[in-house]
Design a protein around this ligand. Structure first.
Ligand code: BGC
Length: 750
């Protein structure tokens, strides 16, 4: 009897434990769903429609209009409202004055920091450090939530092959594997350990899908993406974001294979909902439902609303086609009540998970902006994000005992520019510039500063003389080059991707002084910098590094730490080489040094067939300026002893590849060790290389470590146009410091 009793108690405990552990982070799906259903059953149609509308205070016509809409239950979310008091005031109207008291979800673009600004996402991707990135997004969420924000339109995880596209700055670059690892880290950082923690924000994976493939790199433009590229490249980071628990997705502006992304049943209903089982909600991008009309995909606003709802876009950002047309669409049976109920349930589910019903208000005492630890992390992130692209004769690091340094250039003291694009809430007075940090590091009187060009596009050469004189008088010259913040980001696309203004001209003049010339590039995209790379003795690509860019760069320039970033995008020689990405196909006629005839060596009487007939360009050749994954260090690393645990991998098995990495230089540093694979033959042609793993390791001087990568059949799978398969055959594998070198091995999959 007694033992039976113990047994039942044990069972109850076990079942409860199981229930609580399964319900895990999201507070119990069943209990949330029963609350959602109970609330839904009390809602009028108008209230349901209200939940599907997101308003912007400015766009709706001001504070009063916004308050009225909230009071009447005509909106489920407000974006671009911030400040704990302001948010609490509008939330009080929603909770206390609207009929059902449904709280609002307050959204904002917190893309790479709130008040503490982290490096732009493309820079953070250069760190190849998911832990550091996760923490950066955690800090951003803590800061933003203290201002009443509980939903961020991040992470932006559009893969792109086009540096002309301004939004490359917001992306993780070209590679689906790296972007997926970072997407997960970003979602984890944003959403924290538990969604209903008041510092957790709902993440929004954007822009779904294909936005980064806009033709010509012109923002908002058409995209044509084959299903294999869509599934093997574009969708990979989105799948990772979903698996990390991202609560919302944003439908993009672009037209994807003829169907705008914001009315795309295939990507939203078929892939996101059915195949991946997403149970959060989908918000449109700003006005993208209404824009279905400009796309020529909808006749009018009613048609636009119908198409977006049918495709599964559940909340409309800013445009008003839902509020104005849903009732009529229901009457006409163009959409169903079941679709509306599903949309509203998905929205309410996220609000419940965030704990908004229990705790709708921001804690006005919680403000936690720019704390010392946040700034320290911003400095570390910026340090890890900088990529050393050249360092002849160990020009860097400079000694702190150096007598004099000439600091020159438009980005040396540009507090707003260094914060980069998508930075609504950072303040330039909080930015510490490289000039300030260098002065602090070696003393004011050893630094001679000549701005020379007032801003990046400046073409006025009147201060060039002064700059050259300062360079001649100094022991070393540091030129801070780059782009203003407003030359990258949404709608900020370029046709040429060279350094703007007269910067390049000045760099050549400075090089001709013969003084050691260090060029630091602070930009929002990978610029075509072949000439500057040749002119400089050392070149550090620092992107827009955020609030703490200055101190981070001083740490690197004066050798407190070694640069350790690696490129998350291929650097092209010029815009005419775009697109150029490392996981390109081999083609039937790959070029080589032997086949390529540079344009200047073509003889006047050459014959039609004498130019190789290989896949290359007469001017740029067949290689990029710098490969994906590339980045130097102040120390040197030797790669040796590649070992594969077996010659073949079988279904259900694993294969371990390992190599020894030794720090053979004279300084402790981090190295990002990369693992690439090539599938030699496929049912559709396969890329020449694909990243399958990476690890950032720290090695003291002389230290060595064995780095292991586990390969599974799943790692090797791909969508071949019909299905996802891992095909038997031969594979190459590299453990490498970048995508073009490394130790090579082989294995087969049987
Ligand atoms: C952008 C989105 C952003 C939204 C809200 C749009 O213009 O494309 O990325 O989240 O505005 O600000």
């Amino acid at each position: 009897m007694r033992s039976n009793h113990y047994f039942s108690v044990f069972c109850i405990l076990f079942i409860s434990l199981l229930f609580f552990s399964c319900s895990g982070k999201q507070g119990g799906k069943d209990s949330v769903d029963s609350k959602v259903n109970a609330l839904l059953s009390q809602m009028t149609l108008d209230e349901k429609i209200g939940q599907m509308c997101q308003i912007d205070p400015g766009a709706i016509g001001g504070q009063e209009k916004m308050e009225e809409a909230v009071r009447e239950g005509q909106c489920g979310s407000v974006l671009n409202l911030f400040g704990a008091r302001e948010v609490n005031a509008i939330q009080a109207i929603a909770v206390k004055e609207s009929r059902l008291g449904i709280p609002l979800i307050i959204g904002r673009d917190v893309i790479h920091g709130y008040r503490t600004v982290f490096p732009i996402p493309l820079a953070m991707a250069s760190s190849w450090d998911p832990d550091v990135v996760r923490e950066a997004f955690r800090i951003s969420s803590v800061e933003a939530s203290s201002q009443g924000i509980r939903w961020t339109f991040a992470p932006m995880i559009d893969i792109t092959w086009d540096p002309r596209w301004g939004r490359i700055a917001e992306s993780c670059g070209e590679d689906p594997y790296l972007a997926s690892a970072l997407a997960s880290a970003m979602v984890e950082g944003i959403q924290g350990d538990s969604l209903n923690d008041p510092t957790s924000l709902a993440a929004c994976a954007k822009h779904f899908a294909g936005y980064g493939f806009s033709e010509g790199g012109r923002d908002y433009n058409t995209t044509y993406i084959s299903e294999p590229v869509l599934r093997n490249v574009v969708l990979k980071p989105f799948k990772a974001a979903k698996e990390a628990g991202a609560q919302t997705f944003m439908s993009a502006f672009n037209d994807l294979n003829g169907v705008p992304a914001s009315a795309n049943d295939f990507t939203i209903r078929q892939i996101l909902r059915k195949e991946w089982g997403f149970d959060g909600f989908v918000v449109s991008d700003w006005g993208s439902v209404e824009e279905l009309i400009s796309h020529g995909y909808a006749e009018n606003e009613k048609d636009a609303a119908s198409k977006a709802i049918n495709a599964g876009v559940e909340m409309e950002m800013v445009s008003r086609t839902y509020s104005d047309n849903i009732k009529q669409l229901l009457d006409e049976k163009k959409i169903s009540m079941a679709q509306i109920d599903e949309a509203v349930s998905n929205i309410l589910r996220v609000k419940y998970r965030l704990g908004l019903f229990d705790n709708p208000y921001a804690d006005t005492a919680a403000e936690d902006l720019l704390s010392a630890s946040s700034l320290a992390h911003a400095r570390k992130t910026a340090r890890e994000s900088a990529v050393l692209l050249k360092n002849s004769d160990k020009t860097l690091p400079l000694s702190k005992k150096i007598n004099s340094v000439a600091v020159i250039g438009p980005l040396a003291d540009a507090p707003r520019d260094q914060m980069g694009t998508w930075c609504f809430d950072g303040r330039e007075e909080n930015s510490v510039t490289p000039l300030t940090a260098i002065r602090e590091m070696i003393g004011m009187n050893r630094v001679k500063y000549v701005e020379a060009l007032e801003y990046s596009r400046d073409k006025d050469t009147k201060y060039f003389r002064k700059a050259v004189d300062a360079a001649r008088a100094a022991d070393a010259v540091i030129f801070f080059a780059g782009e203003e913040w407003s030359l990258s980001g949404e709608g900020q696309c370029r046709g040429e991707i060279s350094l703007p203004g007269a910067q390049s001209e000045l760099i050549s003049l400075l090089a001709s002084t013969g003084r050691p010339l260090i060029v630091v590039v602070m930009a929002g995209r990978p610029l075509a910098i072949a000439k500057e790379l040749a002119d400089a003795d050392a070149l550090l690509y620092a992107w827009h590094g955020g609030t703490m860019a200055g101190p981070a760069l001083a740490d690197l320039i004066f050798g407190d730490e070694s640069p350790s970033g690696k490129l998350p995008v291929t650097f092209v020689k010029g815009a005419g080489q775009i697109p150029f990405y490392y996981y390109r196909k081999n083609t039937g006629r790959p070029a080589s040094a032997k086949s390529w005839t540079p344009i200047d060596s073509i003889s006047r009487d050459n014959q039609q067939t004498s130019l190789g007939y290989r896949s290359s360009q007469l001017d740029y050749g067949y290689t990029p300026l710098l490969p994906f994954g590339f980045g130097l260090s102040y120390t040197t690393f030797e790669y040796s002893d590649l070992t594969l645990s077996s010659e073949s991998l079988s279904d259900g098995g694993t294969l371990t590849a390992s190599a020894t990495i030794t720090n053979t230089g004279d300084m402790a540093a981090d190295e990002v060790v990369q693992c690439y694979v090539r599938d030699r033959v496929g049912s559709i042609t396969r890329p020449v290389k694909e990243l399958k793993g990476f690890q950032r390791i720290h090695l003291e001087k002389g230290e060595k470590a064995t780095v292991e990568f586990v390969i599974t059949p799943e790692n090797l799978s791909f969508f071949n146009g019909t299905t996802t398969v891992t095909e038997p055959g031969h594979f190459d594998l590299w453990i490498a410091p970048d995508s073009e070198s490394g130790l090579h091995g082989e294995f087969s999959f049987k």
